[in-house]
Design a protein around this ligand. Structure first.
Ligand code: NAP
Length: 253
């Protein structure tokens, strides 16, 4: 086991929800953290909170599906915080609809943010990881990768991320870089709150109903995902690569 030479992490979609919790947790683990998101103000306030707690952090606004913005942002992180050795591809959107009502725009935007975004971010960051001979990539998949009504675009993207994860593990392993995916079940965030609104049910009722179907009888919180991420980016996880870890309060098919 070789220790990380540069403890600098990038978390995308870090302005809120799971990404914000992951950024806070990695900062608590001693990483300098770059918070990247479309919402630049949200990233900056997250970074300010980490700095106020004695950590090092940087907030950067970007669209992960734009190659030029991705390359410029990752270079900026390297200059201001140091070479990034951890990347958490978490930025995501939903544009749910049944197949016969799903527009091409709904398909393209979901595929672009999750798949193109994770590809572009991984391509930009791997340079620093392979140079350092140590790296960790964690991709946010979903239980929806197994199929979910109204989510042809999202489930395709989340299944695609599992394939990307395994290929990154195969290509980058000899450089000391691992790649794993976390596939969350129901996590209480703005994303699931928006789903409740779209379906016309209260978020509280939706969580209660979901909890009844989950073996541990509760919905997940962003911190549940942050804890598993902290393990996957640690030295303890150096022999874990190319895996998909379902974090869903019970087994999934
Ligand atoms: P969230 O609260 O909606 O946060 C997602 C963040 O990603 C937002 O801050 C959003 O920015 C940002 N983002 C969207 N498009 C972006 C882009 N093109 N470039 C940069 N940032 C972008 O979602 P969440 O629930 O925390 O989900 C985080 C990840 O976990 C997603 O990949 C999601 O698919 C996955 N996941 C979530 C659940 C769940 O139950 N919540 C379950 C399984 C998987 P804006 O605020 O500007 O839109």
């Amino acid at each position: 086991m070789s220790p990380s030479p540069s403890r600098v992490a990038i978390v995308t979609g870090a302005a809120r929800g799971i990404g914000a919790a992951v950024a806070r947790r990695l900062a608590a683990e001693g990483f300098a953290v770059a918070l990247l998101d479309l919402d630049e103000a949200g990233c900056r306030s997250g970074a300010d909170a980490i700095t106020a707690d004695g950590g090092r952090a940087l907030g950067v606004g970007l669209d992960v599906s734009d190659a030029a913005q991705v390359d410029a942002s990752v270079s900026r992180v390297a200059e201001e915080l140091g070479p990034p050795t951890v990347l958490v591809n978490n930025a995501g959107i939903t544009r749910d609809n049944l197949l016969f009502k799903m527009s091409e725009q709904d398909w393209d935007s979901v595929i672009n943010v999750h798949l193109r975004g994770s590809f572009l971010m991984s391509r930009a960051a791997q340079k620093y990881m392979t140079e350092q001979g140590w790296g960790r990539i964690v991709n946010l998949s979903s239980t929806s990768a197994l199929g979910n009504r109204g989510q042809a675009n999202y489930s395709t993207a989340k299944a695609g991320l599992q394939g990307l994860t395994k290929t990154l593990a195969i290509e980058l392993g000899k450089f000391g870089v691992t790649a794993n995916a976390i596939a969350p079940g129901f996590i209480a965030t703005d994303m699931t709150r928006a789903t409740a609104e779209r379906l016309g049910v209260s978020f509280e009722d939706m969580q209660k109903a979901a909890a009844q179907e989950i073996p541990v009888r509760r919905v997940g919180q962003p911190e549940d995902i942050a804890g598993v991420t902290a393990f996957l980016v640690s030295d303890d996880a150096s022999f874990v690569s190319g895996q998909v870890i379902y974090v869903a309060g019970g087994p999934k098919d």
